[in-house]
Design a binder for this molecule. Structure first.
Ligand SMILES: NC(=O)c1ccc[n+]([C@@H]2O[C@H](COP(=O)([O-])OP(=O)(O)OC[C@H]3O[C@@H](n4cnc5c(N)ncnc54)[C@H](OP(=O)(O)O)[C@@H]3O)[C@@H](O)[C@H]2O)c1
Length: 327
């Protein structure tokens, strides 16, 4: 079993296979967590314009870079284009704003966060107006940002296979190097993973632990809690973790790594950060992998339905099915 700590991107750069997820953190928590993560050895940081935390991340990274404790080329910073108001602000402006907040000259990976462009309304529960979303035009704008040296590698997030194929068919100058999607033992998406790997697109799993804190977040933003399947307390996961004297989190993350998938677990707790980074001292056997593969619930395992953004699921470029609210 290959235990590489980096995967090769088709752009020629390398992506660390374990990164730090940073959504839904309070500012002080994130500062401490990022410092702890960098001490532990994390070099891949995942953020997004919509997380409203690029500024905090930029401040911590600047301290590390200025002190010489880390060199820029050792870091891998990924951020994402917000899924609203592109036509109002323009893609270049979005990229520049992220770079300014991150206090960086370039990002290592820039992803289109969601295949839908929508006009943002302030206030909760408002139906947002859908905007025309032309992925090929967006990609061309992003390629210009690569040519200007502001982005090293390009990717997409939450795109389905058809949407990815459309960009591939346009024969882009800069390839899709990465797809970031929800992926965990309950939502394994084997066809999508195989399709991407065949097309030399690396995959990053978001919510790799099944996002145990997601309901807390939904309640905080005024949404109803949903029925989230508990991956970390699943019987099979626990049995395999006991067998290897590892934690359930380490087992489900290791499972993804052994499927050649990058993981970006989020934690603000140093002990968990350490645990989630310590994935290389053991190997899941084929029998363990088979048992974990059988936990796949298909679309019923999907947690992220983006329901807080009203109107999103009626957009023509909505990437998922219509049955995801039934979990
Ligand atoms: N592209 C997209 O649309 C998209 C969508 C969602 C997320 N993401 C990215 O993916 C990252 C990860 O997803 P996520 O944060 O939703 O879910 P996750 O990483 O699956 O789970 C995070 C939750 O698990 C807890 N946790 C972390 N390590 C643990 C451990 N070892 N044992 C038990 N519990 C543990 C965390 O709590 P504590 O912090 O209290 O430890 C937090 O509540 C995000 O932070 C974000 O960067 C991207």
């Amino acid at each position: 079993m290959d235990s590489k700590s980096y995967f090769d991107l088709s752009s020629g750069y390398k992506i660390p296979v374990v990164g730090l997820g940073t959504s839904k953190c309070k500012v002080e928590e994130l500062e401490q967590a990022l410092n702890a993560a960098l001490e532990i050895g994390y070099r891949h940081i995942d953020t997004a314009s919509v997380y409203n935390n690029e500024n905090t991340i930029g401040t911590v990274l600047k301290q590390w870079l200025d002190s010489g404790k880390v060199k820029r080329e050792q870091l891998f910073v990924a951020t994402k284009l917000a899924f609203f108001n592109h036509s109002l602000n323009g893609i270049e402006e979005n990229v520049l704003r992220s770079l300014e907040k991150l206090k960086l000259d370039y990002v290592d990976l820039y992803l289109i966060h969601f295949p839908v462009n929508i006009e943002k309304k302030e206030g909760h529960g408002e139906v947002w107006k859908t905007l025309e979303t032309d992925h090929i035009a967006m990609w061309k704008d992003l390629e210009e940002q690569v040519d200007k040296g502001r982005i090293k590698s390009l990717g997409v997030s939450n795109f389905n296979q058809k949407q990815i194929q459309k960009i591939l068919d346009s024969n882009p100058k800069h390839k899709i190097t990465n797809l970031q999607v929800e992926l965990h033992v309950f939502l394994q998406q084997p066809e999508l993973v195989e399709f991407c790997h065949k097309n030399n697109i690396t995959i990053t799993a978001f919510g790799p632990l099944g996002s145990p804190g997601y309901n807390e977040h939904l309640l905080k933003v005024g949404e109803k809690a949903i029925n989230i399947p508990h991956i970390l307390s699943n019987e099979i996961v626990r049995k395999i973790s006991e067998k290897h004297s590892k934690t359930p989190a380490q087992v489900v993350l290791r499972f993804l790594l052994q499927n050649d998938v990058i993981v970006i677990p989020k934690s603000v707790k140093p002990e968990r950060l350490r645990e989630n980074f310590d994935l290389f001292g053991f190997v899941l056997e084929e029998s363990d992998m088979m048992e974990l593969r059988r936990l796949d619930m298909g679309e019923k395992g999907r947690i992220f339905n983006f329901s807080m953004i009203k109107g999103l699921s009626s957009h023509p470029e909505w990437p998922f099915g219509t049955d995801i609210y039934t979990i």
